[in-house]
Design a protein around this ligand. Structure first.
Ligand code: ASN
Ligand code: ZN
Ligand code: CA
Length: 336
């Protein structure tokens, strides 16, 4: 047909040199991934309209420079976004057997260079697309792996539990994106962006090298809750998420001090207990089953405990080590 899959080379900003599946149309390569639901990456060229923008194309199938540029024709941010979308697709497929955000084999699309010095990235259900700003000075695009995985996971949540984006369910919605965004980062196992339990450690959004969020001890960001209290639902959803992020860290890795991929963690419990982790792979399976089977739009922390216990019982058995670890990890963040 004159349209075929090709393998390109991407020089990313955060993930080194990566392989990209692209499309050869006539004599021009398009940043369209025909092997993953036809995901496309578009350029907003610093605009903010609701249109998709211009599809990235290239003559030689080598994309980006590996260096941040404020140029509106810069391909580097597009490389990171396309790579993040591909890794997120592969993570959901190989970890959970999920084929795209709606599990129907169809990809979302991505837009980069949105706005002028726009310091955010967001998922939008109405366009079924992800959008990335360029950050301070238009040279810190918010296109790291964990952010890409976070944003696309908002689409998964919308199409499954549908957790309302306010109150405790909003915190659970945000935590779901942090949990699976972190899952994507570990899954990709990229030498330039090794897996960690930090969110946004690559994009320097605070300007001082610190990450946006810490799953082992969420309060390190200055606003997030380490454990549940009756007022946690009044916090911004990016802070009430701390309770579930902390639960997920404890369930995966356990309490106390630990170093993983060169990053040191020290996760406290709110009740003085010691929690023994069951590993990230099992914790991910439990969270995914809870999200897709037991959580609803109004799930709060108490019902998240019940839902994840049901998931652990279904996957590993009631009273199993995994089941008991779920109970212990929720108790350690004051959810009973
Ligand atoms: N980047 C933010 C997020 O995914 C955008 C928002 O506040 N919804 O949570
Ligand atoms: Zn979010
Ligand atoms: Ca991270």
């Amino acid at each position: 047909q004159g349209i075929e899959n090709a393998t390109g080379t991407g020089k990313s900003l955060y993930s080194g040199t990566v392989s990209l599946t692209t499309t050869l149309s006539g004599s021009t390569y398009q940043l369209t991934d025909g092997s993953r639901g036809s995901h496309k990456t578009y350029n907003k060229s610093h605009g903010t309209s609701s249109s998709a923008g211009t599809l990235f194309t290239d003559a030689d199938n080598t994309w980006g420079t590996g260096t941040a540029s404020s140029s509106t024709t810069d391909q580097t941010a597009a490389v990171d976004a396309a790579y993040g979308a591909a890794e997120t697709w592969d993570f959901y497929k190989s970890t959970f057997g999920r084929s795209g955000i709606k599990n129907n084999g169809v990809a979302a699309y991505s837009r980069v260079h949105y706005g002028n010095q726009y310091v955010n990235a967001f998922w939008d259900d109405s366009c079924f697309c992800m959008t990335y700003g360029d950050g301070e000075g238009n040279v810190s695009p918010l296109t790291s792996l964990d952010v890409a995985g976070h944003e696309m996971s908002h689409g998964v949540t919308s199409n499954t539990a549908g957790l309302n984006y306010s109150g405790e369910s909003g915190g659970l919605n945000e935590a779901t994106s942090d949990i699976f965004g972190t899952g994507v980062e570990f899954f990709a196992n990229n030498a330039s962006d090794k897996g960690d339990y930090l969110i946004g450690e690559k994009i320097d959004i605070n300007g001082d090298g610190t990450p946006l969020r810490y799953m082992d001890k969420p309060s390190k960001d200055g606003g997030s809750a380490d454990s549940w209290s009756s007022s946690v639902g009044n916090l911004d959803v990016h802070y009430s998420s701390g309770v579930a992020n902390h639960f997920f860290y404890l369930l995966s890795e356990g309490s106390g001090a630990k170093t993983i991929n060169g990053v040191s963690y020290n996760s406290p419990t709110s009740n003085g207990s010691t929690v023994t982790g069951i590993g990230r792979d099992k914790a991910l399976q439990i969270w995914y089953k809870a999200l897709t089977t037991y959580f609803t739009s109004t799930t709060n922390y108490k019902s998240a405990r019940t839902g994840t216990l049901s998931a652990a019982a279904a996957l590993y058995g009631s009273g199993s080590t995994e089941y008991n670890a779920v109970a212990a990890a929720w108790s350690a963040v004051n959810v009973s």
